[in-house]
Design a protein around this ligand. Structure first.
Ligand SMILES: [Zn+2]
Length: 267
């Protein structure tokens, strides 16, 4: 599968990014001596722990079976293996299966925001481990991972794509290569925060495309889309449509956290 691996965005840093990252690491090391890092959720000093304090790690809400075989949304009781939720039947997504490591609650939110906006790339290996565990059945027969891309302007501002960083961590654990450039965000879209489900779908409509020269990498392949958070699913659904249009055989979705409504009906 090595032929599928495109150049990683992190694999060939320019001289400028090397110097910038070195300065940042040195500053962080200096600051850590003066101010020990704090838990992003409860603000307790971490004392060498990774990411969250032990107390907050233990409070993260893992998503475990029983859940809808298609959407990965937990059932409140076990209806038996392979059953689908009413949502999956009434409004089936373009992707085949979605899985998430944890519920998107206050603690997961603090962790994701710290990772995404707080330069806490050190959280990626642990988040990736939890995702690899939640998505093991998807990864077992996947040909490649596809990170949900950022528009180049947002990538420039944030300096890294959080989905690509998570995909890299999962790739190392699951032995599935990452295709970094197979899916492009061709239109900058406003943030989805605060939009309704319908507005979210309209907002990302036509925002993603497989470049013609990458179609051969995607055609006939079993792919897993990687993202940090799934809210309405509009973004990953649009991504899955673009990949399927380009000839992908199968598209699954694996995220770190997903929004889960408190009650779900089953059939
Ligand atoms: Zn904490």
């Amino acid at each position: 599968m090595n032929e599928l691996v495109s150049a990683s965005q992190d694999a060939a840093p320019t001289r400028f990014t090397q110097i910038r990252d070195g300065v940042r690491a040195a500053l962080r090391a200096g600051l850590d001596i003066v101010l020990p890092p704090l838990c992003p959720s409860c603000r307790a000093p971490l004392g060498g722990g990774a990411g969250l304090c032990a107390d907050c790690w233990s409070k993260l809400s893992l998503i475990e079976p029983p859940y809808c075989a298609r959407l990965g949304i937990p059932f409140i009781y076990d209806p038996g293996p392979g059953l689908l939720s009413m949502e999956a039947i009434a409004n089936p997504p373009a992707y085949d299966r979605a899985r998430a490591a944890v519920r998107y609650d206050d603690i997961a939110r603090a962790l994701v925001l710290s990772f995404k906006y707080g330069d806490r790339l050190d959280l990626a290996p642990m988040m990736g481990q939890w995702m690899a565990r939640a998505g093991r059945e998807l990864l077992a027969d996947a040909n490649a991972l596809i990170p949900v891309p950022l528009h180049w302007r947002r990538l420039w501002r944030r300096r890294f794509n959080q989905s690509a960083t998570l995909a890299g961590a999962i790739s190392g654990l699951a032995g599935v290569p990452v295709l970094h450039d197979a899916l492009k965000r061709v239109r900058a879209t406003p943030q989805q925060v605060g939009l309704s489900k319908g507005e979210r779908a309209d907002n990302v409509q036509g925002a993603f495309r497989v470049p013609p020269e990458k179609k051969s990498d995607v055609a006939g392949r079993r792919l897993v889309l990687i993202d940090d958070v799934l809210t309405s699913g509009a973004t990953v659904d649009t991504c899955a449509r673009a990949l399927l249009r380009a000839g992908a055989a199968h598209v699954d979705v694996l995220v770190f956290a997903r929004v889960v409504a408190p009650l779900r009906t089953t059939i």
